[in-house]
Design a protein. Structure first.
Length: 213
């Protein structure tokens, strides 16, 4: 019985720790989106998370570690949102085109704004750049792994298939950056249609693959 009680306490502590970290990470994204990197101070993040400054420092001893962890946390959440939306694609639909549309829908809002703030700040902040490099590398690996899971390799894969995940993600990020500056002055639809057309020429229409669990 004592062992069971200890196990329950440990699970409760782990749950509290996870909840506290999630509150800090969500508050960080909120601050980056609303205030920008320069004004997203750790005291303000702790305040929005409803935590003391000491509690924040216990989980993330530096500001760079906190904001980098927040972006990684958010990236994983966006992957989960993508997979959930992908699972709702009706049978017989063009899964490749639908995947591009879903990715594009995620290239906006607080998550993308936070990423832009950090990417720009990392250029002149060596500590932040070090953290961001690790996050970016793992993000690319996640994008490529998810792509391979969802779309089967064609019988005669083209050079485009080998770079398709990074190519699509980079194009969409660039379009999203352009939209931040130009708004709807330069519509993205023609380039999205071109990307779908290129994908249709090089990948099976049914998409192959089985969504990961």
């Amino acid at each position: 019985m004592a062992g069971l009680a200890i196990a329950r306490v440990r699970r409760t502590q782990a749950s509290r720790t996870a909840s506290t970290r999630a509150r800090l990470l969500d508050a960080t994204i909120e601050c980056l989106d609303e205030l920008g990197y320069a004004h997203a101070s750790t005291p303000e993040i702790a305040r929005r998370a409803g935590l003391s400054r000491g509690a924040q420092l216990h989980h993330f001893p530096t500001r760079a570690a906190l904001v980098a962890a927040a972006v990684e946390h958010l990236f994983q959440r966006r992957v989960d949102e993508f997979l959930a939306a992908f699972a709702e694609i009706p049978p017989g639909a063009d899964r490749v085109a639908a995947a591009i549309d879903i990715l594009w829908s995620l290239m906006s809002g607080p998550s993308f704004h936070a990423w832009v703030e950090l990417a720009v700040a990392a250029r002149t902040d060596a500590e932040l750049r070090s953290h961001m490099a690790g996050v970016a590398s793992r993000s690319i690996e996640t994008v490529e792994r998810t792509f391979r899971d969802l779309f089967a390799t064609p019988g005669d894969p083209s050079p485009f298939y080998a770079v398709a995940p990074r190519f699509a993600f980079t194009l969409l990020e660039g379009l999203a950056m352009q939209r931040l500056v130009l708004g709807d002055a330069r519509p993205a639809e023609p380039l999205l249609d071109a990307l779908k057309g290129l994908a249709a020429l090089t990948m099976p229409r049914d998409g192959g693959g089985t969504p990961p669990h």
